[in-house]
Design a protein around this ligand. Structure first.
Ligand code: SAM
Length: 260
């Protein structure tokens, strides 16, 4: 049993799959994760799911302030004992508690909440994020139009940020060992290269089109009651969303906004 396994046992923590409790055991991966985040002395860093604190201990050495959100009461107790007032601990579900102000986000994300946490991140202004996610999920984050992994997640991520796959982390680096490898991914927020008249409508159109990704755009819009009576000049109606870029979806959504 690794040191991580022993520590969990001593704390009485039985790792739960439903909570994405696969703990990183290799300190060199944690070093690189935190290096990629380019944290400065002025930064407030937010971490979701500190677990045993392998990232947290590196964050407190670099940042002005570290805020962590941990759902598991025993792990939260451990973080409190280990770090005291060197971290601000929020006990609870990161999906439910409001995020405090932060400059950078560094986290080994529980798999089951990766999507909603990334969407929640984009409701905030921040400088950058470096996150660990499952490899397939990371591939969906960076996929381009026409690629197999291109999805609602890809468009939404590209709409808000530059996203890069930084490195692959084998499943053997976690305890308990997950079924799949992970990747480290960076997010650098920036405005999109296209304009969007109605952000909510744009994101709704993205959502609707990817729910029925194999259908023609015309059909998907009609089914969602988004197709106006006047269809002249509406682009891409006979295409499928899996080949459309964010800019092309924005072009369509902007005309829909004008005809409402
Ligand atoms: N940061 C540690 C590491 O790298 O080894 C632990 C990462 S582990 C993948 C995910 C962590 O998130 C666990 O500590 C788990 O208890 C916590 N967690 C799971 N769901 C959560 C939620 N909804 N809100 C906050 N923390 C959560």
């Amino acid at each position: 049993m690794s040191g991580t396994g022993r520590a969990l046992r001593e704390m009485g923590v039985r790792p739960k799959k439903s909570r994405g409790q696969n703990f990183l055991i290799d300190g060199r991966v944690a070093d690189r994760h935190v290096e990629y985040a380019r944290i400065s002395r002025d930064d407030v860093v937010l971490e979701v799911g500190p677990g045993l604190g392998i990232l947290t201990e590196r964050l407190v050495e670099r940042a002005r302030k570290v805020i962590v959100i941990e759902l598991d009461p025993k792990l939260a107790d451990h973080i409190e004992d280990a770090f005291g007032d060197r971290v601000e601990l929020i006990r609870g579900d990161a999906l439910a508690v409001p995020f405090p102000h932060f400059d950078r986000f560094v986290s080994n994300l529980p798999y089951s909440i990766s999507t909603p946490i990334i969407f929640k991140l984009f409701e905030h202004e921040f400088q950058g994020a470096v996150i660990m996610v499952q490899k397939e999920f990371g591939k969906r984050m960076v996929a381009k139009p026409g690629e197999l992994d291109y999805s609602r997640l890809s468009v939404t991520v590209a709409h808000h940020a530059e996203c890069q796959l930084l490195e692959q982390v084998p499943a053997s680096q976690f305890e308990p060992r997950p079924r799949v490898d992970s990747v480290l991914v960076s997010l650098d927020p920036r405005p999109p290269a296209y304009s969007v008249v109605d952000e909510r409508l744009f994101l709704r159109v993205v959502n609707v089109l990817f729910q029925t990704r194999r259908k023609k755009i015309r059909t998907s819009l009609r089914n969602a009651s988004l197709l106006p009576d006047e269809q002249k000049g509406l682009p891409h109606l006979d295409e499928r969303v899996e080949r459309l870029s964010g800019a092309e979806i924005a072009e369509l959504a902007n005309i829909l906004a004008a005809r409402r």
